[in-house]
Each structure stands twice: as structure tokens, then as C-alpha cells.
Design a protein around this ligand. Structure first.
Ligand code: ZN
Ligand code: FE
Length: 259
């Protein structure tokens, strides 16, 4: 049975650890220090590094970790990440045999050109997806390298996973994202309730991640392009009725950039 743990890095990054039988695979080690500390403290053996995209807060620690522990490094083929031994484009299945881990790779461009997510249908009891900076708690990543159409398609791909799937994103942004979600859907009971839950968690110093696909479908304005209220909010930003999901998504994303 694989257990999922996390380490904090920088202000609000999570480095996810997949742990079994005294071994760990690490997802998005932006900083080597907390990972090396963890390995020393726990005595666990590192068996793989998984990267979702090339930003420094996700891969900045890879080379330093590799210098100490030469392990396979999985990462996006389209991006230039030092140390990647297994370049991935999406659609592959990967294995980390030491911990009995099998993951499907999903291509999710938009935040960056080659961004990938790792989906484990049988991780935990409900499945888990590691989606880096694509889908956040009540939000989504900025479009640094991709188009709104790409990002909307990527988010739709994640939204189509089983609703019970737990979502392990790379940042603790849920609380501020919910302020925006409430501006988009001020009358949503689901958003209001989630604001209260998340405020309590943060006040107690707890993580709001993982979230679930179900919770995101109910409260994340960046997955709710078909909802009349979200479409109306997009229309008032655009000055016309959005023609499709992409235009709705683009208008909401643009609004969030200035929020
Ligand atoms: Zn990023
Ligand atoms: Fe990031």
C-alpha cells in the first residue's frame, strides 16, 4: 500500500512523496534540502523523481538530489529539464517497481508547453492525480506558454477522471482562489461552504490539499464553463455571450489575472 506524504518548500509549494516499503518516489522537488533532510531523517531510500513541468519551484532540486542519489527521473519530453532520464509526452504508463507504483501520464499543456500530470487509478482507495500547476484547489495555473484552448482541454481531461480521484497539486493556493470563486459565483452554497472549511483548515495551519475532482467540479470556476452563472460572468467581462467553453474559460482566466 502506497502512502502519500508531503514536504513544504518555499512559501506555498508541496513536494509529494509516494512511500512504501521504506522507499519513496518524489514529485516536483523544487528544493533539494527538504527532500535530503527527509531521506536522512527517515532512512527511506529514494527510488524515483517525477517532474510535472520545468519551472524552478518544481525541478530546482533535481540535480542536487541526483548527485547524491542517482535514480530515474521522469519528466516532460517537450521541456528542458536537466537530469530527465525518461522523457514523457502523455499517454504512457510508467512504473516504479520498488514501491509497486503504476501511473498513467496525461498531457496537460497550458501553464507550460509540455506540462504533464501523473494519474494513479489505484493509488489510495480512490485514485490520485499529481497535476503540478495545472489544476489547483478552486483554481488553475496561469497560461505562461499555452493558449486558453489548450488549458481548457487539459482541465477537461482532468475533470473527466473519476469524481472521487484525489487531486495533489503543487501549491497551497486554495484560500485565495476561493475568494475569486466567490466573486464569480457569489450565490453558490458549495463555494460559500468550501470557503468556511478552508478558512478553518488554514487557521489551524492545515493543508487544504489533496482536494478531489468532485469538489473541484462543484466549486472551481475554471471547470465550470458550462454553468449559466459562470457563462454570465464571462459574458459581462467580454461584453458579449461567449461562443463556447474556451471563450468562457479564457474570460474567467483573464479576470482572475487582474483580480
Ligand atoms: Zn509552474
Ligand atoms: Fe509552481
Amino acid at each position: 500500500m502506497i502512502e502519500i506524504r508531503f514536504l513544504h518548500a518555499f512559501n506555498d509549494n508541496y513536494i509529494w512523496l509516494l512511500h512504501a516499503r521504506g522507499c519513496v518516489a518524489v514529485v516536483d522537488p523544487g528544493d533539494a534540502v527538504p527532500v535530503l533532510d527527509y531521506l536522512e531523517r527517515s532512512g527511506d531510500r529514494l527510488c524515483a523523481i517525477l517532474a510535472t513541468h520545468h519551472h524552478g519551484d518544481h525541478v530546482g532540486g533535481v540535480e542536487e538530489i541526483l548527485a547524491r542519489f542517482p535514480v530515474p527521473v521522469f519528466g516532460p519530453a517537450l521541456e528542458n529539464i536537466p537530469g530527465v532520464s525518461h522523457p514523457l509526452a502523455g499517454g504512457e504508463r510508467i512504473e516504479v517497481p520498488q514501491i509497486g507504483l503504476e501511473l498513467k501520464v496525461i498531457s496537460v499543456p497550458g501553464h507550460t508547453r509540455g506540462h504533464i500530470a501523473y494519474y494513479g487509478p489505484s493509488l489510495g482507495s480512490d485514485g490520485a492525480v499529481f497535476c503540478g500547476d495545472t489544476l489547483f484547489g478552486a483554481g488553475c495555473g496561469r497560461l505562461f506558454e499555452g493558449t486558453p484552448a489548450q488549458m481548457q482541454e487539459s482541465l477537461a481531461r482532468l475533470a473527466a477522471l473519476p469524481a472521487s480521484t484525489l487531486v495533489y497539486c503543487a501549491h497551497e493556493y486554495t484560500q485565495s482562489n476561493l475568494r475569486f470563486a466567490l466573486a464569480v459565483e457569489p450565490n453558490s452554497i458549495a463555494v460559500q461552504r468550501r470557503c468556511e472549511e478552508v478558512d478553518e483548515l488554514r487557521a489551524a495551519g492545515c493543508a487544504t490539499i489533496p482536494t478531489s475532482i468532485q469538489a473541484e467540479l462543484e466549486t472551481n470556476p475554471f471547470l465550470r464553463w458550462d454553468e449559466p452563472v459562470v457563462r454570465a460572468a464571462a459574458a459581462s467581462r467580454l461584453g458579449h455571450v461567449p461562443v463556447d467553453a474556451v471563450e468562457t474559460f479564457a474570460a474567467i482566466r483573464e479576470w482572475k489575472n487582474r483580480f
